[in-house]
Design a protein around this ligand. Structure first.
Ligand SMILES: *Cc1c(COP(=O)(O)O)cnc(C)c1O
Length: 386
């Protein structure tokens, strides 16, 4: 048999190799503390689980769900956007449920890119944007996110890279992996950029609720007229500790939602209705749990930043997401520094180079491990680097 060229030509998946290294360390008996993956360590809130229990006992949830998400789910997402961002959405045409937002992010490339087309992707950025571009036969083109600009996109540099093949621009704030945050003004520039160049801007807002120090993340749809050129992806994964449940949604441009729905109706059959009902309970239910998450991650962020700054770094505490983005020491590459930390301390962090060429020279610390384990990880770093 012969596997498709689009599979064989993908760059090797750095994280698969690192997984092997981690396994080997554990097999040697090393007590590895992994700060590699951003996956909330605390459980899904009880009222959401209770809604799921009830929904799963209702046989009407056992049949094929709606392709687009149930009407009640789409209405709940629209209410959530109204409450949170004061953005009005038509649940019929401007909201669609996703099997986790990653599913929609990946499929959007198939809705907007023909072979040979180009997509502007943040570098460093979440790998799905660039990889799905390649799977769709397109070419990812890096948007520089310079450190000196706070890892915000250099749109002038991006404009110089636009061609008549450029169909899509990806953004993600608060950012994975850099934890950079954007203002409504930054979002306005992105919308103007999309309008000027006749392309769709896709904003991944997976961390919009995980913010600190009084910072409130905007939605790109708060920019007047954004719905003409923008789609926004959101996810229940991080706000409600629902990564395993696979539920998210997209909102915005009716044309973009329609195009994505055509890919999806041909490839999947929607998300389990019981999970959508649990999602409604999450979005409509008490939100105090999000405040608790912010408090939890903020304390961890402060511990990591103060430990590293005590060891000679000069890191500003990030105002969003669940990561601390850290330059390597001694001119080491990302993977050299990851290996060094793993060998010397048993602490594993993600190499910045896994998030794009401009991530080289950085590593990413995730804040999603138990407090006592994070404290232990910081003690180990202090012993070796102090
Ligand atoms: C975690 C994360 C998501 C959420 O993905 P789901 O598929 O909804 O679980 C989306 N985008 C980014 C950048 C993330 O880090």
């Amino acid at each position: 048999m012969k596997v498709a060229g689009r599979i064989e030509s993908l760059p090797p998946y750095l994280f698969a190799e690192l997984d092997k290294k981690l396994e080997a360390k554990r097999a040697e008996g090393v007590d590895v503390i992994s700060l590699g993956i951003g996956d909330p360590d605390t459980p899904t809130p009880d009222h959401i689980i209770a809604a799921m229990h009830e929904a799963i006992d209702d046989p009407s949830t056992h049949q094929y769900p709606s392709y687009y998400g149930s009407k009640p789910f789409r209405e709940a997402a629209a209410r959530w956007y109204r409450r949170r961002f004061d953005v009005a959405l038509d649940p019929e045409t401007e909201v669609m449920a996703l099997i986790g937002s990653k599913e929609g992010l990946g499929h959007l490339s198939f809705a907007f890119l023909d072979p040979g087309d180009e997509a502007l992707v943040p570098d460093p950025g979440y790998p799905v944007y660039g990889i799905s571009t390649m799977l769709a036969g397109g070419t990812p083109v890096s948007i520089p996110m310079p450190a000196e600009k706070g890892f915000l996109p250099d749109l002038d540099a991006a404009a110089a890279k636009v061609t008549n093949k450029t169909k899509l621009m990806w953004l993600n704030f608060p950012s994975n992996p850099t934890a950079a945050t954007a203002s409504l003004e930054d979002m306005t520039h992105a919308v103007e950029f999309a309008r000027e160049h006749g392309l769709l801007v896709a904003h991944d807002a997976a961390y919009s609720e995980i913010t600190y120090d009084g910072y409130v993340a905007p939605s790109i749809l708060q920019v007047p007229g954004a719905k003409d050129v923008a789609i926004e992806f959101n996810s229940l994964s991080k706000f409600y500790n629902m990564t395993g449940w696979r539920i998210g949604f997209c909102v915005g441009s009716a044309e973009a939602v329609r195009a994505l729905s055509i890919v999806k109706t041909n490839l999947d059959s929607g998300q389990f209705d019981a999970i959508q009902r649990a999602g409604i309970a999450a979005m409509d239910g008490p939100q105090d749990h999000i405040a608790e998450l912010r408090t939890l991650y903020k304390a961890r962020r402060d511990l990591v930043v103060s430990t590293l700054n005590g060891l000679g770094w000069d890191i500003q505490p990030p105002k969003g997401a669940i990561y601390v983005w850290v330059p390597t020491l001694g001119g080491k590459t990302s993977t050299e520094f990851v290996d060094f930390l793993l060998d010397e301390t048993g602490v594993f962090v993600a190499p910045g180079s896994g998030y794009g060429a401009n991530g080289e020279g950085y590593v990413r610390f995730a804040l999603t491990v138990r407090d006592d384990r994070l404290a232990e990880a910081m003690d180990r770093l202090s012993r070796v680097l102090g």
